[in-house]
Design a protein around this ligand. Structure first.
Ligand code: PLP
Length: 374
């Protein structure tokens, strides 16, 4: 089996797994209990928070553990400035469904930023929206802007620093869904100047069902889950100690090797692109200007992404047609529509997301397999 769907999920890091085991089997104490049996669980939770904070240059108190990217996005969007219901949210047309659908529920006052044909959001468009709001005397400090750091389908990295600076210059709050980016490109929340950032462990070789939300001190966000005092009462519920420990180990491991991993993955990616180009496949590469290493999204002329996925599956290769949600609906994804891929190419879209474990030989084998099918 050749697994090249690392944007969907990644293999658990073996060091992370080793560190997780004792907290499932032996040291299973509830981290909130005061007795000595739970002392180590409490200690490792604190250490994990510190490790994660260091990886993104945040403060320890600004990291809140969640069940993953979807929950973090829900929290940031639904619980922002709740005293002011139906506040305006500005987001982009190419967000993950956990942002798009949450925004639709959170407000009726939703505005969209359009990507260009490369999948990049232009800060000028955001400025124009704020100027419109200003002219209509809207309360700018109640506006939430949520734009993803890197796109899950086409891998484009957005100009988050510029967008966040712009939002702040009008007094608004800025959230970024960094689920695809954390552990894969360097992230410094202070430099990016974001107020909230979502991450998910299973995208960076951590376990599934765990993630975090970075909440900058002073951000107007209310509690997500009501109950006990875990996560400072903001997200109640017994913490999943082993998963959190695994997440911290996996993130540290990825962050320490970010340059080497990125170099290797880019070599693999280039080998694939060179091979299909050399073989004269008629394709468009989507969103490759300033993209995540390893994310290759191509639209093949007169192709059928769904058919390709299943034929490759029969050959033992796991790829995707886009995001998991659109796979179920079996239609051209909202991202491919938003960047305006021509209709004779759009249906032939597949996403190959190489990871650190893939090799150049695998990339060439996949390219040859696609050529055979097409
Ligand atoms: N945001 C983006 C950009 C994603 O790619 C994903 C997962 O595919 C999510 C959010 C949801 O993360 P999780 O699977 O941890 O809920």
């Amino acid at each position: 089996m050749i697994y090249v769907d690392n944007a969907a999920t990644t293999k658990l890091d073996s060091k992370a797994f080793e560190k997780m085991k004792p907290f499932l089997l032996e040291e299973y104490g509830n981290a909130s209990q005061p007795y000595s049996f739970s002392r180590n669980a409490r200690k490792v939770l604190k250490e994990a928070r510190r490790t994660i904070a260091n990886c993104i240059n945040a403060e320890e108190e600004e990291i809140y553990f969640t069940s993953g990217g979807t929950e973090s996005n829900n929290w940031a969007i639904k619980c922002f400035d709740v005293n002011c219901r139906n506040n305006q949210i500005i987001t982009s047309k190419i967000e993950h469904h956990s942002v798009l659908n949450t925004c639709k529920v959170a407000t009726e006052n939703l505005k969209f930023l359009n990507p260009d044909s490369n999948g990049v959001i232009n800060p000028t468009e955001l400025k124009e929206l704020f100027e419109d709001n200003k002219n209509q005397k809207a309360k700018l400090e109640n506006i939430l802007v949520s734009v993803m750091l890197a796109n899950n389908e086409i891998g484009t990295i957005q100009p988050i620093k510029e967008l966040a600076e712009l939002a702040h210059s009008y007094g608004a709050c800025f959230h970024t869904d960094a689920v695809q980016a954390v552990g894969h490109i360097k992230i410094d929340v202070k430099e990016l100047n974001v107020d909230m950032l979502s991450a998910s462990a299973h995208k960076f070789n951590g376990p599934k069902g765990v993630g975090f939300l970075y909440i900058k001190k002073g951000t107007s966000l209310s509690q997500l889950i009501i109950g006990g005092s875990q996560e400072k009462g903001m997200r109640a519920g017994t913490q999943n100690v082993s998963a959190i420990v695994g997440m911290a180990v996996a993130l540290k491991e990825n962050c320490e090797n970010i340059d080497a991993n990125s170099k290797h993955i880019t070599e693999v990616e280039n080998a694939f692109i060179d091979k299909i180009t050399e073989n004269k496949l008629d394709f468009i590469r989507n969103g490759y200007i300033n993209h995540l290493p390893g994310n290759v999204n191509i639209s093949i002329r007169n192709g059928n992404g769904e058919m390709l996925l299943h034929r490759l599956d029969l050959m033992g290769i796991c790829v995707s047609t886009g995001s998991a949600c659109d796979n179920v609906n079996n239609q051209v994804s909202h991202v491919i529509k938003a960047i305006g891929v021509p209709s004779d190419y759009a249906e032939g879209t597949i996403r190959i997301s190489f990871g650190k474990e893939n090799t150049v030989e695998e990339a060439i084998f996949i390219a040859d397999s696609i050529m055979k099918i097409v």
